[in-house]
Design a protein around this ligand. Structure first.
Ligand SMILES: N[C@@H](CCC(=O)N[C@@H](CS)C(=O)NCC(=O)O)C(=O)O
Length: 329
């Protein structure tokens, strides 16, 4: 399972300074609490139970046997106490150092690009050390590994360059590597549909969604766009509205073409394209978008299917949106 370690105390997308401050508190708090280290106490308490059980059994056995034959009872009692002392020693032995997860996943928690992979690693039960890299994606150290300064980013042995970014590429790679055919079908034709849905999302829908939501989220818009220009607010809000209106078409394409009467793009079960789509739609809440009923039902179905794997990381995005909205109010 993904584990969370927060290197920098905050989460922050390529956002304006405002958003940085905002992203931080929520992002830092939650996944830390969700993190793992329950192992040691559990081990100790089960060892203690074992010791107690051994002692109890040994006591009973010794008592019974001693009535019948003192010598035999002595032997049994000796053996039992040796087992009991081994169990006691096990209690004292320090818990084994946790195994280092096979991969590191660098994330910014209020981001839906990141949310997709965070949901994926949890749903696939992959062993990942999740690192919050808020504030450090442009550091020399980060740029030396990832000149695109983008998250999510996976680092693990075996990758030709040691790192991999782009959410959909990460999910495809890890699905291939771990044989997760359930999330990313092996059949070439079915896989092509999942790829098509993901490329369509990243190449066509996401730029519209970013133009419609990033301003409100406090994230920086891409160079060359109205939102990042020095045009006045009236131009910016017209551009934002145009992008918002344009979202209806790709949404409808997902419903009619990719889902086509099935609950998910993946058919009866979610695929990595579904994880990417549901995560993306989370941002619509920041503009109070009139999300069609089918899309709301779809998101709820995704969350129901994936459970905590979905809701735990989604809470970071939702928390950030609530914060942004409360500030605006
Ligand atoms: N298409 C990419 C988009 C990745 C992206 O835009 N990541 C942003 C967060 S939403 C980021 O890491 N920005 C930090 C930076 O540019 O320094 C994906 O799906 O992974």
């Amino acid at each position: 399972m993904a584990k969370s370690t927060t290197k920098k105390p905050a989460a922050k997308p390529k956002a304006a300074p405002k958003a940085r401050a905002a992203a931080k508190p929520k992002a830092a708090a939650k996944p830390k609490a969700a993190a793992k280290p329950k192992a040691a106490p559990k081990k100790a308490s089960s060892a203690a139970k074992a010791a107690a059980a051994v002692k109890k059994v040994a006591g009973t056995a010794a008592g019974t046997v001693s009535k019948a034959a003192g010598t035999a009872a002595g032997k049994v009692s000796k053996a039992a106490s040796s087992v009991a002392s081994k169990a006691k020693a096990a209690i004292k032995r320090p818990a084994k150092a946790a195994r280092k997860p096979a991969m590191t996943l660098s994330v910014l928690k209020p981001s839906v690009n990141n949310l997709a992979v965070r949901i994926f690693v949890r749903a696939a039960k992959l062993d990942a050390d999740e690192k919050d890299v808020y504030g450090s994606t442009r550091s020399a150290e980060f740029l030396a590994r990832n000149p695109a300064h983008l998250t999510p980013m996976v680092e693990e042995k075996g990758l030709p360059k040691g790192v991999l970014w782009e959410s959909c590429a990460i999910m495809s790679y890890l699905s291939n590597k771990h044989g997760l055919d359930r999330l990313y079908p092996k059949n070439p034709a079915k896989r092509a549909m999942v790829d098509s849905a993901m490329f369509y999302l990243i190449g066509t829908m996401y730029p519209l969604l970013a133009r419609a939501t990033y301003g409100r989220l406090g994230f920086g818009l891409y160079p060359g766009e109205v939102g990042s220009s020095d045009l006045g607010d009236d131009h910016k809000s017209k551009a934002q509205k145009a992008a918002q209106d344009a979202l209806a078409e790709p949404l409808e394409v997902f419903r009619t073409f990719y889902m086509d009467g099935q609950p998910f793009i993946g058919g009866k079960n979610p695929s990595i394209a579904d994880i990417r789509l549901a995560a993306t739609l989370e941002f619509l809440d920041v503009i109070d978008y009139a999300t069609p009923k089918w899309a709301k039902d779809y998101m709820a179905a995704m969350e129901k299917k994936l459970g905590k794997a979905y809701s735990e990381p989604a809470a970071d995005v939702r928390g950030y949106i609530s914060y942004v909205k409360s500030k605006a109010a």
